[in-house]
Write a protein that binds this ligand. Structure first.
Ligand code: NAD
Length: 276
């Protein structure tokens, strides 16, 4: 059982990644993100998920430095944006991210979306970055099975992580199985459906039964699926609430109840029809 905020998934290259991280999408750069990340680090999160396109790498870097927590005790993820997959920009974009984050390395560098006609070339650049030692692991995001098959076919390094939209209304069991079979760690984005999941009656009923909140039920469901999860909030009470998921366990029957909500429903874009 995953029983503590310190518990980690073991990635396919031996790196440890916390099961619970803090997402910073739609948090403004500057004071807002600095405050939120410092708050999360004080509460005990040790993994932060940002991206070039969020525009807040600078603030994330500042918060990490100001926290006084040694850099090596924090798992930091950022991502290469779609424009930077064109025109051999990936290596330069990585350098720019490091500069904004004011760090020597990231723990995980992800290809943000499988940009058609580009992602295989991008992966070759990612492999170079990994070999340089300045990304301790490399992975992808929003890759479906066919995208992963393309990568596995002609590359040296198997992605360590696939970060995808994942919540009870979008389970993607085949994608999960494929990733598990290839030792690619699945990571959930929008695990709370951007907040919408907490009003779902089935989830509310389970919350009552377990004396937990709806968000905690869904985040625990992530963990029991062996999916890394990175909920976002700027409110300190919710940032804390989202960590109280290590002291209970959902029964298999209740896992099944949540699984049964699956409708293949997305709150974000579909990777096959995204306008890159
Ligand atoms: P989320 O599912 O984490 O939802 C966040 C929202 O849920 C908050 O803004 C708040 O309104 C609400 N919320 C948070 N905690 C709550 C609680 N305890 N009770 C009630 N409501 C609560 O959505 P997200 O921010 O889209 O996803 C999480 C992270 O995933 C992002 O911050 C980002 O780091 C990452 N992400 C990645 C991609 C990608 O393409 N790779 C896309 C979207 C998000």
């Amino acid at each position: 059982m995953i029983g503590s905020i310190k518990d980690c998934a073991l990635l396919n290259n031996g790196l440890e990644m916390p099961w619970l991280g803090f997402g910073v999408y739609q948090i403004n750069d500057g004071q807002e993100v600095v405050q939120a990340v410092r708050n999360a680090l004080e509460i005990g999160y040790r993994s932060i998920d940002t991206a070039t396109v969020y525009g807040n790498e600078q603030g994330v870097g500042k918060a990490i430095r100001e926290s006084g927590i040694p850099r090596e005790n924090i798992f930091l993820t950022t991502k290469v944006w779609n424009n930077d997959q064109r025109g051999e920009r990936t290596l330069a974009a990585f350098e720019e991210s490091l500069k904004r984050l004011e760090t020597e390395y990231v723990d995980l560098y992800l290809v943000h979306w499988p940009v058609k006609g580009c992602y295989q070339e991008t992966w070759r650049a990612m492999e170079k970055i990994y070999q340089s030692g300045r990304a301790k692991a490399i992975g992808v995001s929003n890759f479906l099975v066919h995208h992963l098959e393309d990568i596995l076919r002609d590359s040296q390094i198997v992605p360590s992580v696939n970060q995808v939209e994942f919540h009870p209304f979008l389970v993607q069991p085949e994608l999960l199985r494929f990733c598990q079979n290839h030792k690619i760690q699945v990571e959930a984005w929008s695990p709370l459906m951007q907040g919408k999941i907490v009003t779902e009656q089935v989830v509310q009923k389970l919350a009552e039964n377990y004396h937990k909140t709806p968000a905690q039920i869904v985040l625990r469901w992530n963990l029991q699926h062996k999916v890394v999860t990175i909920p976002k909030s700027i409110r300190s009470n919710r940032i804390a609430e989202n960590t109280q998921i290590f002291d209970f366990e959902l029964s298999q029957a209740d896992m099944n109840v949540l699984d049964a909500l699956n409708e293949g429903k997305r709150v974000g874009p579909d990777p096959d029809s995204f306008d890159f």
